[in-house]
Design a protein around this ligand. Structure first.
Ligand SMILES: Nc1ncnc2c1ncn2[C@@H]1O[C@H](COP(=O)(O)OP(=O)(O)O)[C@@H](O)[C@H]1O
Ligand SMILES: Nc1ccn([C@@H]2O[C@H](COP(=O)(O)OP(=O)(O)O)[C@@H](O)[C@H]2O)c(=O)n1
Length: 216
């Protein structure tokens, strides 16, 4: 097992389906290595919130990108938990609402929005752990260590029900729908190690990953 702090310039990618544990696991792996992690989903969520607050049609790319140019967002990749800032306003507490959950896949399906996210991620200086859907396939295909998290919809809904007001059945239905809308960008990289987090604790998932990392 690798013991941090990590001094190389490696990128570790952690992709997976909705609520599979990506950000919790990425945060734990990053803390074990003493490096930051980067939550790509937070940028899609922040773009969605901005569009919703501006009353935009989330299907229309041009007005949304114009809004994002006018109101630049900044991702702060803190190891303890990523944050997104709009000027002095911390958007983070508003990014995990059910309303953002419902709108985000439509926003993320637009190539112009994906380029807006990808450019910001590729501008970051490694080492870091990047989590999302297409970190190992599209954004950082050169990464030497790739993981893909899964778990059954019921397990994921039960976990998420501790963070949302809706009941487990409604959350499960929404997760299944979002997985379907996200299919295009959510294929595991051919060289990713797939981990079913269902039978594992959070700490066990983090250990499985850190044990497989190459030396810096
Ligand atoms: N074995 C596990 N692996 C990953 N996450 C777990 C596990 N068990 C419980 N969780 C919890 O599942 C919830 C969803 O995880 P999160 O990191 O938000 O997922 P994602 O980033 O994929 O949406 C968190 O509260 C996390 O602590
Ligand atoms: N790399 C990424 C990350 C997120 N997303 C989109 O952003 C949404 C929110 O992602 P997330 O990782 O914050 O949320 P959860 O799926 O973990 O709940 C996803 O449902 C996708 O629509 C994406 O398309 N590509």
């Amino acid at each position: 097992m690798h013991g941090g702090p990590y001094t190389g310039r490696m990128i570790v990618t952690i992709d997976g389906v909705a609520a599979s544990g990506k950000s919790s696991v990425a945060s734990g792996v990053a803390r074990a290595l003493g490096i930051p992690y980067v939550s790509s989903g937070l940028l899609y969520r922040a773009a969605t919130l901005l569009g919703q607050e501006a009353g935009l049609d989330l299907n229309m790319t041009a007005p949304l990108l114009a809004c994002l140019r006018e109101h630049p967002l900044r991702l702060e990749p803190l190891a303890a938990g990523n944050r997104v800032w709009l000027g002095q306003r911390d958007l983070t507490p508003d990014l995990h609402s059910s309303a953002v959950d419902r709108g985000v896949s439509v926003v993320a399906a637009q190539p112009g929005v994906r380029t807006w996210v990808d450019d910001q991620l590729r501008a970051l200086t490694p080492p870091f752990v990047a989590e999302g859907r297409d970190m190992g396939t599209n954004v950082f295909p050169q990464a030497p260590a790739k993981f893909y998290l899964t778990a059954s919809p019921r397990v994921r809904a039960e976990r998420r029900s501790r963070e949302r007001p809706e009941d487990v059945a409604a959350i499960e239905a929404a997760l299944i729908q979002r997985d379907a809308l996200d299919t295009t960008q959510s294929a595991p990289a051919p060289d990713a190690r797939v981990i079913d987090t269902g039978p594992l604790t959070l700490e066990q998932v983090i250990t499985v990953i850190t044990q497989q990392l190459p030396a810096p």
